[in-house]
Design a protein around this ligand. Structure first.
Ligand code: BV8
Ligand code: ZN
Length: 228
């Protein structure tokens, strides 16, 4: 299925980075100090409005975890030429693994942006991230991570590119995602209904299992290097 395909797309979630030691979204609230917080609340404008210091502290902790992480064999397998990566992940591990065509549907931890969308955006040193709320130097509104929170729209260009990649690929490899977050998870359906072969790699069955032509249950870091 893969050797015969010219256009291969990979749709990935937090499970792709799990073996690199980056906590999945759900784990990010079970990893000790955040247990009393709900990630759904922390990753939302409401949570930020209510308690910006806690939200910024949570991202500082996640950023330092990403800075300390290394790409795992699954990132390197997906980094090979010819694979278009459409990812829900906000870490930079695919980039560090040499992937050249990456669509980040949910934004990136590598930058902060102005919450008032004045256009100001700053690169962050993930090993020394801002650990307290700070004003936008351009307009004074709060600065926040350049990610998509629950209830926020996906970046238009990323959404357009992600849709095009999934609508035109011959094979969609779905890696490490529970496929529960929309509109991103709807891209699996877009690929399927456009005639793509869907190969799922996950340690567990997922909401996308019914769409799989092939479902490989196991760790992405072990399976992907064999498959790609
Ligand atoms: C939108 C960035 C509208 C932030 C993320 C009710 C109230 C409010 C909203 C909604 C609602 N009902 C539905 C919605 C819409 C909502 C949604 O879908 N909610 C879900 C929970 C029902 N979606 C949104 O709000 C989206 N925006 O709808 O806007 C709109 C439109 C126009 C104009 C204005 C507004 C925005 C969604 C984006 C949220 N941001 N991330 C950050 O990271 O801080 S989502 C975040 O959670 C991750 O990016 C990921 O996509 C998602 C899930 O995280 P995880 O659970 O960690 O990861 P995953 O699900 O991928 O699970 C891990 C998987 O890996 C598992 O399957 C596991 O088995 C597997 N695995 C583990 N280890 C391995 C492995 N597999 C292989 N190998 C391993 N080693
Ligand atoms: Zn601003």
């Amino acid at each position: 299925m893969i050797t015969g395909a010219r256009r291969i797309c990979a749709f990935s979630g937090a499970g792709l980075s799990a073996e690199s030691g980056v906590p999945t979204f759900r784990d990010a609230a079970t990893g000790g100090l955040w247990t009393k917080h709900d990630p759904m609340r922390l990753a939302s404008p409401e949570g930020f409005a209510e308690d910006a210091a806690t939200v910024i502290g949570w991202y500082a902790w996640r950023r330092q975890r990403v800075a300390a992480a290394q790409p795992n064999p699954a990132h390197h397998a997906l980094g090979r030429p010819g694979v278009v990566n459409v990812t829900q992940n906000v870490d930079d591990l695919l980039l560090r693994a040499g992937a050249s065509d990456i669509v980040q549907l949910h934004g990136t931890l590598t930058h902060d942006r102005c919450h008032a969308a004045c256009g100001h955006r700053e690169r962050i040193d993930l090993s020394a991230p801002p650990d307290a709320p700070r004003p936008c130097p351009a307009c004074g509104a709060p600065m926040r991570p350049d990610v998509v929170w629950f209830g926020e729209a996906l970046p238009a260009d990323a959404w357009t590119r992600g849709q095009a990649a999934c609508a035109t690929c011959e094979v969609l490899i779905v890696v490490g995602t529970a496929a529960e977050v929309y509109p991103a998870a709807g891209l699996i359906d877009v690929a399927k209904s456009s005639g793509a072969t869907v190969i799922i790699i996950n340690t567990n069955p997922s909401a996308a299992s019914a769409l799989a032509d092939v479902e490989l249950i196991g760790k992405a870091g072990e399976i992907l290097p064999k498959v790609l």
